[in-house]
Design a protein around this ligand. Structure first.
Ligand code: HEM
Ligand SMILES: *[C@@H]1O[C@H](CO)[C@@H](O)[C@H](O)[C@H]1NC(C)=O
Length: 296
């Protein structure tokens, strides 16, 4: 109770003491510099583009792709069930061997217009999901991410690869996931809008629903299309229509080039700005619902 007043009166002389005064002036000066530097750097970080610019302008892409010509895959190269991975590898944007590190996938995806946060969360799951567990090592080693993931790993059935795909037959019909099915792709092309030659969400969803109905008529053990895969299929609908295509549609020429020839069309260029997470969520939800609502 009686300790407080003496304390303040004891502190007062210390503060007004001559040795401290010039110091506090100096500190004030420094503080000014610090405030100026902090505000400048705040302005810098708020206005500057992401530290690593990931997407390209149309002009930058045209220069970039000249250095990344198409080459058919070598006999010993790995290929995947993903048209994007195969196509980018055929142009050397991903390793042509089909054996890639986290950084390789990160670069390819962000060039295509995925945001850093979406890319990191997706790739972290991938690099845990496809990690080979070595039974002779400790359990703790299971917690490490894979050092690389080959396209062959990515084809393992029912991890990411699933039935009722747009471009592949179901695993029970064609176990080789690297082979795009020309007939299937042609039937999607046939559904394109006749005046614009564009394929959109409705066409993809009706197609998928049709293939789902066909599979459901087969013996139950020959296909699987659970909730998780319905969700990843909806994402693949967005990957096709908004990253390979633009604005939730894709031209039949581009569709055929990416999925059947696995070659980047000459007149194509990737998103100039990443697709926002909000748009990604909205469009994925829309693709998901449209398969369930389809009357096909
Ligand atoms: C922005 C980058 C990407 C785009 C535009 C893209 C595009 C696509 C598309 C359109 C499909 C559907 C093919 C079909 O239904 O037949 C697909 C399937 C697939 N993608 Fe990708 N992809 C991307 C990144 C990746 C990455 C990084 C991985 C794995 C590391 C991956 C793994 C797969 C797999 C396993 C499938 C097969 C799913 C199925 O069974 O249908 N994709 N991708
Ligand atoms: C993939 O590449 C890594 C080096 O990055 C190598 O150690 C590994 O053996 C390769 N895997 C296959 C299956 O070729």
């Amino acid at each position: 109770m009686d300790t407080k007043p003496p304390q303040t009166s004891e502190q007062a002389p210390v503060c007004t003491c001559g040795a401290v005064k010039p110091k506090s002036n100096k500190a004030k000066k420094w503080l000014k510099y610090v405030v100026v530097i902090l505000s400048l750097s705040a302005v810098y970080f708020i206005t500057k583009k992401p530290s690593q610019r990931l997407t390209m302008t149309h002009e930058e892409w045209d220069i970039f792709i000249k250095d990344h010509p198409y080459e058919a895959p070598a006999a010993d190269a790995f290929r995947s069930p993903c048209p994007f991975l195969n196509t980018f590898a055929n142009h050397g944007i991903l390793p042509r061997s089909g054996n890639a590190t986290y950084d390789d996938y990160y670069r390819a995806m962000t060039i295509a217009g995925t945001t850093p946060s979406v890319t990191k969360s997706f790739l972290n799951s991938v690099f845990y999901a496809y990690k080979e567990i070595n039974p002779s090592e400790s359990i703790w080693s299971d917690l490490h991410k894979a050092p690389y993931v080959t396209f062959q790993h990515i084809g393992q059935h029912n991890i990411l690869e699933h039935d009722i795909s747009l471009t592949r037959l179901d695993a029970a019909q064609e176990p080789d996931f690297t082979i795009p099915n020309a007939e299937r792709i042609q039937s999607i092309i046939d559904t394109a809008d006749k005046s614009t030659s564009m394929v959109g969400e409705k066409q993809l969803s009706d197609f998928r629903r049709g293939k789902w109905n066909e599979a459901a008529a087969r013996p139950r053990s020959t296909y699987h299309f659970g909730l998780f895969f319905q969700f990843t299929s909806a994402m693949e609908c967005v990957l096709l229509l908004d990253y390979l295509g633009h604005d939730h549609q894709i031209s039949v020429d581009h569709l055929e080039s990416f999925t059947l020839k696995e070659r980047i069309p000459d007149d194509w260029y990737p998103l100039e700005q990443p697709l926002t997470t909000m748009n990604l969520i909205k469009r994925t939800r829309s693709c998901f619902m449209s398969v369930r609502k389809s009357k096909a």
